[in-house]
Ligand binder design. Structure first.
Ligand code: NAG
Ligand code: NAG
Ligand code: NAG
Ligand code: NAG
Ligand code: NAG
Ligand code: NAG
Length: 395
């Protein structure tokens, strides 16, 4: 019975395609909207609308039933219940935080954290067992000791990332050109140290992790996309008891064919393929109508001289690709092109790193799209205690 059912569903998905749900936030679209993508006929269509306050920006999903969204206009972060069709319903009350551009959650959903680019601050907010934020937020504002010209004139934390042990939290700071490293406690985080970028100005913006456990025999590494000098740098993570050090592997690799200079085509998003072998970085373009691009990098072993090799740069299908997202099979890349008011869908091959240069679908209807996420259950791997001990001897 089960076997024939699964054979039947395989037949149906091959013949008619699987329908995937996405959620896209848009500044000028009243909040966040669901869409569906059929992976056989390539139909990408808007299916719903969730009336939220305007200014919905970052979206982080935890499982398939809980989402956290940031709102710049009201300087709040809020939890939402997510329906299976991607509709969002406010859960609990929004919590005030310094104007947030990013929200993330610890591995065990003990608290959420936000990064404030305009206010130079980070915030943490404890979560109830149901994942509802409990006010007030704990806020830290960073001060610039050696400010440069704008945007390096002040601290500008842009995102945050939890490491594979679930014990450390790292905030890339675009303005101070540094990584703020924190230790994760029961309901908030404690500052450990600042890791300065090798180059000033560089503009660390977003980061992803590679290596263990997805690639079991590679020591964990942190890849950081820099939006001021359009590059990706790689840090090897050396674990000791209660601490982690970041050791640079080689030089940063450009996201552009020709180095653009500052304020030209600023790099924005960084993704890793689900198999842990390729990175994808988006290049926005400073001018309104020029197309953005996507750079693909092969990840070399931790023992290699250079961590990354750029393999291609192709069109993002529109202007200002600030956010993009790969589905969990690594076959589809959804890119929101904010200045073209469009969302493009590109085939990707995570075995070869080949990204198509023409989208199979290009959806309009959401103005100034901000963030795109696939409504899928993504497991965040957390190292066990035994594995953490092994990581401490990995070097
Ligand atoms: C980059 O843009 C900012 C903000 O518009 C400006 O203040 C700064 O001088 C520019 N930097 C360069 C090198 O052009
Ligand atoms: C969540 O993980 C942190 C860090 O390991 C730990 O201090 C905290 O007690 C955990 N909370 C729960 C509810 O398991
Ligand atoms: C943690 O490691 C960093 C980087 O090596 C170091 O600067 C810092 O002093 C260490 N902190 C503690 C508490 O050991
Ligand atoms: C951007 O891409 C579109 C679609 O491929 C193309 O029609 C347009 O000419 C491109 N614009 C620029 C400035 O390259
Ligand atoms: C996608 O649609 C937008 C808005 O109509 C357009 O600007 C862009 O050139 C299109 N991209 C492609 C690759 O057709
Ligand atoms: C995109 O939408 C915004 C907001 O409605 C509008 O101001 C802008 O002109 C649109 N851009 C394009 C290229 O259509």
């Amino acid at each position: 019975m089960f076997r024939s059912l699964s054979v039947l569903s395989l037949f149906i998905s091959q013949a008619f395609g699987t329908t995937h749900t996405l959620i896209i936030s848009g500044d000028a679209s009243g909040g966040a909207i669901s869409a569906t993508f059929n992976d056989v006929n390539h139909e990408l269509i808007l299916t719903g609308d969730t009336p939220l306050t305007t200014g919905a920006d970052w979206i982080t999903l935890v499982g398939t039933a809980r989402a956290y969204l940031t709102f710049r206009a009201s300087a709040t972060v809020a939890a939402y219940d997510v329906s299976c069709s991607g509709a969002l319903t406010l859960a609990g009350s929004p919590v005030s935080v310094p104007v947030p551009v990013y929200v993330g959650v610890t591995h065990n959903s003990s608290f959420l954290f936000t990064a404030s680019y305009p206010n130079g601050a980070i915030a943490t907010v404890p979560l109830s067992p149901e994942g509802i934020p409990i006010a007030p937020a704990a806020t830290t504002t960073f001060t610039a000791t050696a400010p440069l010209a704008s945007p390096q004139d002040q601290a500008r934390p842009h995102s945050g990332i939890v490491d594979v042990t679930g014990q450390f939290l790292i905030f890339p700071d675009d303005g101070l050109d540094s990584l703020h490293v924190y230790s994760i406690g029961a309901s908030s985080a404690t500052f450990l140290y600042d890791q300065p970028s090798p180059v000033r100005p560089s503009g660390p913006r977003h980061a992803v992790l590679s290596g263990f456990p997805v690639v079991a025999d590679w020591i964990p590494r942190l890849h950081v996309v820099n939006e001021e000098d359009n590059s990706v740098e790689t840090w090897i993570m050396h674990y000791t008891a209660n601490n982690v050090s970041l050791i640079l592997q080689g030089s940063a690799v450009s996201t552009l064919e020709v180095h653009g200079g500052l304020n030209v085509s600023t790099a924005a998003e960084l993704l890793i393929s689900p198999n842990g072998r390729y990175l994808l970085a988006s290049n926005r373009d400073a001018s309104l109508f020029a197309n953005g691009s996507i750079a693909v990098f092969r990840i070399n072993p931790p023992t290699a001289k250079t961590a990354l090799t750029r393999v291609s740069i192709t069109s993002s299908g529109g202007a200002n690709p600030r956010s993009m997202s790969l589905d969990r099979t690594g076959k589809w890349l959804a890119v929101v092109n904010g200045n073209s008011n469009s969302t493009a869908m590109f085939p990707f091959d995570q075995e070869t790193g080949f990204l198509a240069s023409t989208p199979v679908a290009n959806m309009t209807g959401i103005n100034t799209p901000q963030t795109v996420v696939w409504l899928e259950d993504r497991h965040t791997p957390t190292a066990t205690e035994g594995e953490i001990l092994r990581l401490q001897k990995f070097v």
